[in-house]
Design a protein around this ligand. Structure first.
Ligand SMILES: Cc1ncc(COP(=O)(O)O)c(C=O)c1O
Length: 460
């Protein structure tokens, strides 16, 4: 291709994309015969592609990210002003937006007190894994090094975060993985593993204790959990689960790491997902919604107690967190994050998440009444899922090709929805919805009506 500036020649852009881009999470053979989707503009809750087609984006940028919507000039201005003043300095030094954003963020997280900046959710989680390992060496002679993770949860794409993937299809073929990570069972009541239990939530939490006892509590340093499992099928925790998990962590001196990469900054209608369940975490990680995708930023947040463990012995040259993330020193992220929080506060978006989230759930229950194929609907705030089944009684999952056909049919109607994607063999059968916090009741009707039509078309 000739060099030159062709930003308005969208045919050329698509051609360049097809020739040179390796798309994320995409089988590419199909692009030999069809154009890749190239998104060129966004405003509010809508995006436009290179062919001029308009879509209602019901998944906030595909992966629960653009929470305050597209085209936010005030965030762009805040980022621009900051870049002109100071774009970057390594995170070993401070910056104005870094300090002010941390201060603001922590007002939303009582009990937490330190913020460590990096670039992605995976990286934020790996920081915790490193901290836990270092604590194991400092306090427990290296013995309490194991980290538990849960079936169906996801914590990132690097080899080590994949080692904590409860989604086998994500990790398959990328081994050998990192040792020292141990899986505990999921807590999805619809796929009940404890039919005789009096309380499903307690039984699911007790299953964690069983793993700890099997491994030896003296070897387990931490557990990482999503507050509401996202890509593993939008799993809301059952009643009684979280208090029991917290109790178990306390009993065995196990640090609790909550992965808020999806739920963080308002997705469930509270600032953080864990705040729905009265949990006191030791670590909280966040990324996607921190700046709504206007800049790359992730945060690993800890308590002062954890932080203090990394400065106990000033005479020991190894006694601090020996970690750096080059782009964790970019100032655009915290500048965008500050404006993102201001928008959520001033526009009352948490309230809108709760109001519209309740309406979305009501409409999804309506779909369940109408379509036998909808086996279960789950959600918290504007974070909802509908699990499709071939048979309601046996709960045999709908085939993923049919679930994908529903997603494609919605796209053809101008609505972008998501689904569990190459996560769980035979269980990639949950439709995922996570519109921006600015969504209106009318837009929710458009989303659910599109799904309604698509279900009729695909399943009859
Ligand atoms: C719960 C959760 N944690 C971590 C990650 C990884 O984040 P990133 O893709 O920014 O590395 C994701 C990504 O989808 C996620 O859903």
């Amino acid at each position: 291709m000739e060099s030159g500036f062709y930003t308005n020649d969208l045919e050329r852009v698509v051609e360049a994309d097809r020739a040179h881009i390796w798309h994320h999470l995409s089988p590419h053979k199909k692009y030999e015969t069809q154009d890749p989707l190239v998104i060129v503009e966004g405003k509010g809750i809508h995006v436009w592609d290179a062919r001029g087609r308009k879509f209602l984006d019901a998944v906030s940028g595909g992966v629960w990210t653009v929470n305050v919507g597209y085209g936010r000039v005030s965030i762009a201005d805040a980022v621009r002003d900051q870049l002109v003043k100071l774009n970057y300095f390594a995170g070993s030094a401070g910056s104005i937006p870094g300090a002010l954003f941390a201060e603001k963020l922590l007002t939303k997280m009582p009990g937490m007190s330190r913020v460590y900046y990096s670039n992605s959710g995976s990286e934020a989680n790996e920081k915790v894994y490193k901290m836990v390992r270092q604590i194991a060496h400092k306090k427990y002679g290296g013995k309490k090094y194991k980290i538990l993770f849960r079936d169906r949860d996801y914590h990132g794409t690097t080899i080590t975060t994949l080692s904590t993937s409860g989604q086998p299809e994500r990790a398959a073929q990328y081994g050998p993985l990192t040792p020292g990570f141990v899986e505990v069972p999921h807590c999805l009541e619809y796929r009940n593993q404890y039919p005789d239990a009096e309380s499903y939530g307690i039984a699911a939490a007790n299953a964690i204790e069983d793993v700890i006892l099997r491994e030896g509590p003296e070897t387990v340093g931490a557990i990482v959990l999503e507050p509401v499992t996202a890509g593993g099928g939008v799993i809301t925790p059952p009643e009684g689960y979280w208090p029991r998990v917290q109790e178990i962590c306390k009993k065995y001196d196990i640090l609790l790491h909550i992965d808020e990469v999806v739920c963080g900054l308002g997705r469930t209608g509270t600032w953080f997902g864990y705040q729905n369940y009265d949990i006191k975490p030791d670590f909280v990680t966040m990324a996607k919604g921190v700046a709504s995708g206007y800049a790359a930023i992730s945060c690993t947040v800890t308590t002062e107690e954890v932080f203090n463990m990394f400065k106990e012995n000033p005479d020991d040259p190894m006694d601090y967190f020996r970690d750096i993330s080059t782009f964790g020193g970019c100032t655009a992220g915290p500048a965008a994050g500050l404006e993102n929080i201001r928008i959520i506060e001033e526009e009352g978006l948490l309230e809108n998440v709760l109001t519209q989230g309740a309406y979305l759930m009501e409409r999804l229950h309506g779909l369940m009444d109408k379509h036998q194929v909808v086996g279960d609907v789950r959600g918290k705030g504007l974070f909802c899922g509908a699990e499709l089944v071939a048979d309601r009684v046996t709960k045999e999952p709908a085939h993923e090709s049919k679930v994908a056909a529903v997603v494609a049919e919605c796209l053809a109607q101008g609505v972008i929805i998501g689904m569990t994607n190459r996560s769980l063999d035979g269980l990639n059968n949950t439709l995922c919805l996570s519109p921006a916090y600015i969504v209106t009741r009318g837009e929710i009707d458009v989303i659910v009506d599109a799904i309604d039509n698509a279900l009729t078309k695909v399943f009859g």
